[in-house]
Design a protein around this ligand. Structure first.
Ligand code: AMP
Ligand code: MN
Ligand code: MN
Ligand code: MN
Length: 277
């Protein structure tokens, strides 16, 4: 059984349409898939149609942007009811701040001599409702200001870099509550990617647990066996279920793994999918 509970489509900052995501995962042997676009569930219906044709089990998902103690953290919601009003209101509120953020980043880029970032980025966004830093990075590559996307983040867009904006996303407790209201399970996405001290990580896990969070990704993208073992132990200590996801956006991308195919979880893990399969 090949499982992938975290990936992206053109509804947020992925390169494949929701149906193409499912087809690709199926080609790679996936039997259980969750599409988890940033702050948006609009791709799930199309993914579900393709999943029925391909014979894959699809779990409704989303990856929600959170501000926690001054940092951006991502929380995946799995097995959510898509029509849940509390969840959809929260997602809509998150999305509505994105164009203002784009304008603020474009203003900063203009001060560095890079003009036209607002319009140029909008022209690249596949979903006007979901403009991300990935699209701004694409604009910077296309216009030749940087030679690759990683440089766009390193020079301009990464947290704390010259044109970054401290954006206020949703509160951790509100996000976990909304996911639970929608009948879903809240999962800390890619905990190995946040560059947290051991103390900060414990604080994040405790805060998450205290507000009803239930799982962490023990495997994400191209992370290795050491990460899987470390996070499997942490999951055990905190009583979290374990999830895994490729975080696929496009071929050859930053951090993302092969869609539809995650390595097995360490045997001490309690898989999150035992709750919905
Ligand atoms: P946003 O939610 O608009 O802040 O966009 C964040 C997205 O940017 C993430 O989901 C990643 O897909 C992408 N991203 C973040 N850091 C990097 C990086 N260093 N290189 C490439 N993509 C990145
Ligand atoms: Mn992304
Ligand atoms: Mn993420
Ligand atoms: Mn992701």
């Amino acid at each position: 059984m090949s499982i992938d509970l975290h990936c992206h489509s053109t509804v947020s900052d992925g390169a494949l349409t929701p149906a193409e995501v499912v087809l690709r995962a199926h080609t790679n042997g996936c039997t259980l898939l969750a599409l988890t676009d940033h702050d948006h569930t609009g791709g799930v219906a199309a993914a579900r149609l393709q999943a029925a044709q391909s014979g894959i089990t699809l779990i409704n998902g989303v990856e929600i942007s959170v501000s926690w103690r001054g940092r951006t953290i991502h929380i995946v919601g799995l097995n959510i009811a898509l029509e849940d009003e509390v969840l959809q209101t929260l997602l809509q509120r998150l999305r509505s701040g994105r164009l203002l953020r784009l304008q603020a980043i474009a203003d900063k880029l203009a001060k560095k001599g890079i003009s036209g970032a607002y319009e140029g980025t909008l022209a690249l966004a596949t979903n006007i409702d979901m403009v991300t830093r990935t699209h701004i990075a694409d604009f910077l590559v296309n216009t030749g200001y940087v030679s690759k996307k990683a440089d766009a983040f390193r020079k301009y867009l990464g947290d704390g870099k010259s044109c970054s904006i401290r954006h206020q996303w949703a509160e951790l407790a509100d996000v976990v509550a909304a996911i639970r209201h929608a009948g879903g399970i809240a999962v800390i996405a890619h905990p190995m990617r946040y560059e947290l001290s051991a103390t900060a990580r414990r604080n994040l896990f405790s805060d998450f647990k205290a507000c009803g969070g239930a799982a962490i990704e023990v495997h994400s993208g191209r992370s290795g066996l050491n990460d899987r073992l470390n996070y499997a132990l942490l999951a055990q200590q905190f009583g979290f279920l374990a999830s895994c996801g490729s975080d696929f956006h496009r071929d050859g991308d930053f951090g993302g793994g092969l869609i539809g195919s995650c390595p097995p979880l360490p045997p001490i893990c309690q898989p999150v999918w035992s709750h919905f399969t």
